[in-house]
Every structure is written in C-alpha cells, then in structure tokens.
Design a protein around this ligand. Structure first.
Ligand SMILES: Nc1ncnc2c1ncn2[C@@H]1O[C@H](COP(=O)(O)OP(=O)(O)OP(=O)(O)O)[C@@H](O)[C@H]1O
Ligand SMILES: [Mg+2]
Length: 873
C-alpha cells in the first residue's frame, strides 16, 4: 500500500499524525503492522505504568491477547463475523470434522430446545434435512391457545432457561396483550428486561418469533445469550456469512429469528410461507424509536416496516385466524415519538401501551463544566477516575506513579505541542468561549484547534466533510458488525432479578445514605464525540496504569471484538467509545458512564447512561461539557425538518446541562412524558448540593427586554443602524448585549454568557422568543412577546425571582480580566486601535506557533510527505 494511503487510513481511525509517522518509521508502510504497533502503544503505556515506568518492548496484542487473525486487518474487514464464532469464543467446543454443519454448542442448543417441542436439529445431508424438515413442520402444534395456566408455564420456562421465575409486571402486561392477539408498544427503562417480552412467546408456542433489530452487534449479542440459555436463534442479514442459515430459518428451524429492517423487506414472501407452515407468533420491533424522525436514531428502513401489517393480516392471508401481532419496544420515546411509531407501523387502534417508569433509582446523575478538549482537561476531569482504579490496585505505588506521570505528561505535552498554556486552568471562562456567534453554529466544539497536533486542523475546522469523517454516525445495520456478547457464557443469573432488585430504597433517609456510598468494582464507559478522542483519552488513561481501550467504528473489527470480549470478561477497566459502542449492551456491573462532551439529545444520553448499574447497585452518570459554549449539531444528512428537530433535541440536552435547580432524574423522566412520583431523586448533583441562591433579577430583566424591544422595533422599521450591525440587519443577542454594556454603566463589564442565561430564563417565562426562522440551540435573535411587553409596561414592585443557570454562575465565578469591557469593546470600532490589537495578537501567538511548526517538510520521508500534503490543504 502507498504510505500516504496508509497514513490517510490511520488518520481516519483517529490516530494522531505524530504517532502514525513514528509507527511507520518503525514498522514500515504496512497498515496491519502499524495498527498493531499503535494499539500496542497504549498497551505498552499500561505495562510501563504498572511496572516501574520501564518501556515494554514486546508486541503483545492491543489488549494483551489478540485473536489469531488479529494481524490480518484485511480479514477483519472483508469477512463479517457469524454467530458460530461467538459461540466458539464463549468457551464451547469448536466445530469438528465429525460434526455436522452446526457446531456442537448450537446443535446442543437445538437439541435441548427441540426436545421440548419435538423439533429435530437441522442436519447437513440435504435429502435427509428436507425429510426431517417435513416431519418437523408437520409436528408443529398449530394450537394458538396456550391455555389459562400460561403464567405457570411461563414460570417453568423462565426457571428452566433463564434461572429466574418471576415475570415483572410490565412483562406480564405485554404477554397478556400478545395472548389476546393485540399489538403492543412497550416503553420500559434501559435494562428492565424488554427482550423477555418477545422471547417468551417463542418458548410458549411452537411458532417462530421474528425480531427486527437495528444493529448486527445487537443481534449477535442476543443470539449468543439465547444459545447460552438453550433457545435456538439465528440472525439474518449481511452479517450472516453462513448462507444456509437463511434457508433453515425460513423453513422453521429456529425459534427466534433476528433480522435487520433492510433484510426483512426482501424476505416477505418466504416469511408468508413460514407463517403458513410453522406459524409466526409475533413480530417484535426492538429499539423501535428508530422508526421516528422525531427520535434520536432515525433509520428510514424502519419506517417501511408497515409492510408487516399489510402482509400478515387476516385480510391478506386467508389462513390466519387473526393478524400476526406486532410488539414494538424501546427505552427512549417521547410522546411525539410514540404517536409516530403507532402511525408509521400501522399498528392497530387497540394497541396496548405498556408503560413503565423510566426512572433508574440507583443512578447518580451529575453535570460538570469542562472544556473537554485537551490533555489539561483530561487531567483535571479524569483524575478521580484514575485514582479510583489505582486505589483498587496497588494504591500507594500507583498514586505515586500517577503524580509522576501527571508531571511527565505535562512537561512532555508542553514541549511537544505547545498548547498546554492555552488551556491551563481549564475551568476558567475565557472571552473566546463566548464569541461563537460570529461563526455559524456548525463551528463545532468537537474540532477545537490545536488539540491533536495536526497542524492544519484549524484550517479544516469548518469543513463538513472533515467533521463527518470524524464522528461515528450509525446509519446502517452493518456499521458496527461486532459482537457484544457475554462471552464467558456464565451469566450471573442465579439470585439476580433485574435492576429493580435488589431494590434501591425509596424512603428519603435510606436514599440519602446512597449519596456518597462508594462505588463497587466495575468498568467505566467514557463516551466521546470523535474517534480521535477515543484514542487520545484511552492512551492518556493507559499512562496511569488503567486498562483502557478505544472503541470506534473505524478501528479494525478484530480489535473491536477483542474489546467486547475483554469488557464482558471484566479484564478491561475503561472503554473510551463513540456512540458506536451501541444500543442494548447488557452488562450488569458497569459502574460509571462518563459523557465527555455534549450528547446530541437527551434520548441518546439517557440510553447510553442507562448502561450503568444494571445490577441494581449504585452507579454514576457524569456529563462533562463545556457549559460556556453552545453545543453544535454533529453533521449528518438531514432534511430541513429533521435539522429543526435535531436542533430541538440538542437544545433540550443543553438545557438539561444548564439547569441548576431541578433534580436531574426528574428532568429526565419528565422529558419522556412521565410524572415523577418522588419529589426528587436525592442522588444527583443538584439534589446533593441544592440549587443556587435565588436572585431577584427584575432590573436586569427590564433592561434586557427594553433593549430588545427598542432594537426589534428599529429592525422592524428598517430604520435601525449604527453600532455593530449593518442597516436592516436583525440584532443578535451579542449585539444587544453590547448595546446594554454601552448604555448602562453598571453592566459595562458584564458577560455575554450571563445575558444569554437570562435570555433563556425569560424565554421559559414566555417574555421573549426566538425571532429567527431557523432553529437554534439557544435563543439567538430575541424578540419580546406580548407577555414580555406587559411585564415591561406594568410598573409594580413585584420581584422577578429566578435561579441563575450554570453559565450565569460560571461567568460570575470567572469575571473578565479587563477593567472596562465597554471601553475595551469600543476600541475595536476604531480602525487604528483594532489594527494595533490585531498586530499584538499576532505577535503573542507567533512564538508558540513558530515553535511547534516544523521547519520545512523533508519529502524523502513518509512524515515529511504527509506534513507537506496536509499543510497544502
Ligand atoms: N423477570 C426478570 N427477572 C429477572 N431478571 C430479568 C427479568 N427479565 C429480564 N431480566 C434480566 O434483565 C437484564 C436486561 O434485560 P434486557 O437486555 O432485555 O433489557 P432491555 O430492557 O432490553 O434493555 P435495553 O433497553 O438496554 O435494550 C437481562 O440480564 C435479563 O436477564
Ligand atoms: Mg433491549
């Protein structure tokens, strides 16, 4: 491969250019070898951190033990995995020559499963198979009535297959709906046990359940678990390499068939035959929020699933005694999304809505301010995480090591990148933070300049292509075809009864005790917006002896599988992932979910956070976000309508972060349309710290509304002109705040951040609204409403009490360094002063820039050629 191509691919995976060039210089321009070298680098860091800082030279796999084909990236790329691999990797006997098509574990599973219903395992010889299939098909019980004692039967089946015997109430409700042949929409919290609702019908009848699922990794995971529980299941779609599986599935050889929406559309005909032969008990549509444009994971193919109702109803299939019921399931759907689901899937008017609480009583939610953009932020924010894992290991030595490493990393970062000084004192609010309005909202925080040592990054900052290539956006079922199963096959089922049990106490005294309860052992998932951050943060953590691994969709599949495996085997402490570490991951003991950067919606946030504490024990969900900067939408192909909706969802998420007075858990569950029964959760940062002091901001509110009213009127008359804006240009909040600073001496040094917060509060009260047609994350072109005008005109002494929001508090905590903002601001209007300032700014920056810039690229080396190429862009 051409070295430039190798470098370009590795850059796409998120590796840093300097590391790539080092790797290529050591191992040559081979992509596989370079990946191994680069991933080993973190390993070496971990090893060196845990052994007296000496460099670890052997090339063990990225996580210590790569699979046999780990060096063959090509193999990982071309050949997609099949369930057999994962059954094998679960420690079960491998397929032997003497065995038939299925490996031992699967045939065992089939035997066990089929013994219950006189179904024979599929066998290799085709004639014999056809004969067997005929016998099998004729032996299916066509009796739909499972009888009045179905609960008893279910309990027995649960005990036999899963090791517990009690159905949860919502599961019972969903099954009752199915038994009466009704459609059903199940809305239940993450980890509550929705899968069981559609797995039981397959065990209870001789019929097949078809499950539509969005990701191959999810299907793998569920098939593997079912295999471990003695239930025959398979998945179909592009990830299925064994072509015979589809044929077997369509002839009724599996009790549960997982299929992606894209595939089911072409399988309608064979499925109709299956409905007539073995029978289809149910269509289950998992993660059904993907149906809706108003949801956070819209997948157009999900919308076409209305085809199921059209093709499997009594009207279209005369042999059916009732429509094949549809069961739709999700953990994150707002009221609007629910309506959209019912409509789009043509679910019946009598659809049973099974709604359980979205509340996760054992999760401690919190939001913290961080620039989340540099090594300095990592140090500040991840310090506690590192200490917690170090304490669990050899605490004293590691703590010592940690401080040494912190020092080392500081000096080396300063020397190599020269950007540390820019971010020292991470939590300081800098005027640059709030100047974002001048650039479009697509000026995304995910690509703050100077972070990754890529010289030309700043130039590429506004490029949508670049951003698209930086973030993992799951658009297709194949995007993440790696398994996330419990590979050990030892599911901790005995005595475990879901996250609601062991019960998290409900009474306030008991709950208060959980506020500071130390977390038990367990892994952490850190969600970051970009691929580069998966690598930079995992590398950073490895330096302190943490067993951390990066996970993003562009990394080799072999690496991702290994990460899944080690995660489920509890040998990894931290996974740093993009959203690619996806839906439905069911690992019980995840102790922390850290979001490092703004999520795109509360739906996505809550679903990802919901992976914590599924064992019912206390777990933490921390969102680190830059509270002084408006988050921006990650690029994706959206229609105008979808863009508006995406902004709305991002805005809701931003407001969640800005909130300082309402319990986080309450905000989250109410977002999903649920009435929160406890007054507060008592575990989140707001419940623990309490809200800030309420302030009477009457004077400020009046001034703001007055200025907005005046300038909006001027704008409407097109007579407005003067200061910063051009004639007829609608004044944005930044311009309006400049006017306030100029006109009101007492606010001459006030901060835009603070006024933005006030504008949001006034918007919530209905005194101002967004005047622009485009949607923004927060109010940008305020306009006074009728209510606002009334507020302005009524001269009463009534106070205007509000809780200041996070950005307001932040701006007060770190006031501006210059003494008179107005004077400083006015200076920019003077061409001479502006010229001088810009000159000065250039001279400030130039020494550091010059220091970090390479003299002249040497085009005889890979590094030189690439540097020259990138600097041309
Ligand atoms: N009735 C039950 N009693 C005890 N445990 C249960 C019960 N039902 C399900 N579980 C367990 O709950 C865990 C979570 O189940 P499942 O993966 O179905 O959750 P989910 O609701 O689909 O979550 P997600 O929304 O994240 O996909 C599993 O380990 C499962 O074995
Ligand atoms: Mg699920």
């Amino acid at each position: 491969m051409d070295p430039d191509q190798v470098v370009a691919e590795l850059v796409g995976m998120g590796f840093e250019l300097s590391d790539i060039t080092n790797a290529i210089e050591v191992v040559g321009p081979s992509i596989d070898a370079a990946i191994d070298y680069l991933l080993d680098d973190s390993r070496r860091d971990t090893a060196s951190a845990s052994t007296s800082n000496s460099r670890f030279t052997s090339h063990a796999g990225p996580l210590g033990k790569r699979g046999p084909n780990s060096t063959s990236r090509a193999a990982g790329k071309i050949r997609q995995s099949s369930i057999n691999e994962f059954v094998e990797s679960a420690g079960r006997p491998k397929r032997s020559k003497t065995m038939n098509k299925l490996d031992l574990s699967q045939s065992e599973v089939l035997q066990r499963d089929t013994k219950d219903r006189n179904v024979h395992p599929p066998i290799e010889d085709s004639d014999l198979r056809i004969a067997t299939e005929k016998a099998v098909l004729s032996s299916y019980s066509k009796d739909e009535d499972v009888g009045p004692d179905w609960q008893k039967k279910v309990e027995n089946l649960l005990q036999k297959h899963f090791g517990f015997s009690l159905l949860k109430d919502f599961q019972k409700e969903a099954l009752e709906a199915w038994l009466s042949h009704r459609d059903c929409l199940v809305l239940a919290a993450t980890g509550s046990g929705k899968s069981l609702c559609f797995q039981i019908p397959a065990l209870l009848t001789g019929k097949v359940v078809i499950v539509i699922s969005p990701l191959i990794s999810l299907m793998h995971d569920q098939c593997l678990k079912l295999a471990n529980h003695g239930v025959s299941a398979c998945f179909l779609g592009s990830g299925q390499t064994d072509r015979s599986v589809e044929q077997k599935a369509m002839s009724g050889m599996y009790s549960i068939i997982y299929v992606c929406p894209e595939t089911i559309l072409r399988l309608i005909k064979p499925l109709r035959s299956l409905a007539e032969s073995r029978g289809i008990a149910l269509f289950a549509i998992d993660e059904v929020h993907c149906v809706s444009k108003w949801g956070h994971d819209f997948r157009p193919d999900y919308r076409r699933l209305s085809i199921l109702r059209e093709n499997f109803s009594m009207d279209t299939m005369k042999s059916l005694k009732f429509n094949v019921p549809i069961m739709a399931l999700t953990a994150t759907a707002t009221t609007r999304v629910r309506e959209d689901i019912l409509q789009s899937l043509h679910m019946s008017k009598a659809t049973q809505i099974v709604l359980t609480s979205f509340f996760r009583p054992n999760l401690r939610f919190s939001v913290k301010h961080s620039k989340t953009s540099s090594l300095a932020s990592y140090k500040e924010d991840l310090h506690e995480l590192i200490s917690s894992y170090s304490r669990k290991g050899k605490s004293h030595r590691k703590d010592k090591l940690m401080s040494t490493n912190l020092e080392n990393s500081e000096s080396s970062d300063n020397a190599s990148n020269g950007y540390m000084d820019e971010y020292n004192g991470t939590n300081e609010v800098n005027v640059d933070d709030v100047e974002g309005d001048d650039v479009s909202e697509s000026d995304n925080e995910v690509c703050s300049p100077g972070r990754y040592g890529l010289g030309s990054l700043k130039d590429r900052q506004l490029s949508v292509e670049y951003l698209e290539d930086e973030c993992d956006i799951v658009q297709d079922v194949d995007d993440l075809d790696v398994s996330c199963g419990e590979f050990s096959g030892k599911l901790p089922l005995k005595g475990y009864s879901g996250f609601l049990l062991p019960k998290t106490p409900n009474n306030p005294e008991e709950r208060a005790k959980l506020q500071h309860e130390p977390l038990e052992d367990g892994p952490t998932i850190i969600y970051v917006p970009t691929r580069k951050e998966t690598l930079s943060i995992s590398k950073f953590l490895s330096r302190f002896g943490i067993k951390a691994a990066a996970y993003n969709a562009k990394l080799p599949k072999s690496h991702l599988r290994q990460v899944h495996k080690e995660f489920h085997e509890n040998t990894l402490q931290v996974i740093v992932a993009t959203i690619a570490f996806g839906m439905g991951i069911d690992k019980l003991n995840v102790r922390r979910i850290i979001h490092y950067g703004w999520p795109q919606s509360l739906e996505a946030y809550y679903q990802e956070a919901g992976r914590a504490g599924r064992d019912g024990k206390v777990a933490e969900c921390v969102l680190y976000a830059n509270l002084s900067r408006t988050p921006t939408l990650l690029p994706s192909q959206r229609s105008e309508e979808q863009t508006k909706q995406a902004y709305k969802m991002l805005s809701d998420c931003f407001r969640y972060g800005m909130n300082t007075s309402c319990c986080r858990a309450k905000t989250l569950v109410e977002y999903f349309g649920e009435d929160f029964l406890l007054e507060k959760c008592l575990l989140c940062d707001i419940c623990i710290k309490g809200p800030p002091e309420r302030q009477n901001l009457k004077a400020e509110a009046m001034i703001f509304l007055q200025v907005v009213a005046t300038h909006c009127r001027n704008f409407a008359d097109i007579s407005y002109g003067g200061y910063e804006g051009r004639l007829g240009e609608r004044p944005n909040i930044k311009a309006l705040v400049s006017r306030i600073r100029e006109q009101y001496q007492q606010f001459s040094t006030s901060d835009l951040l603070w006024w933005r917060g006030l504008a949001r509060l006034l918007e919530v009260k209905g005194f101002v609204r967004e005047g622009d047609d485009l949607t923004h994350v927060q109010i940008k072109y305020p306009e006074v409403t009728e209510r606002g005008r009334q507020f302005l005109s009524v001269k009463t002494e009534e106070p205007f009490h509000v809780y200041p929001e996070a950005d307001m508090l932040l701006s007060v905590k770190s006031p501006k360094s210059f003494s008179s903002f107005a004077a400083w601001g006015k200076g920019w209007a003077d061409p001479e002063i502006r010229h001088q300032r810009l000159q000065r700014k250039r001279t400030w920056k130039s020494p550091r820039k010059r220091k970090s810039r390479k003299p002249q690229p040497d085009c005889s080396t890979v590094r030189g050629r690439l540097t020259a190429k990138l600097s041309k862009k």
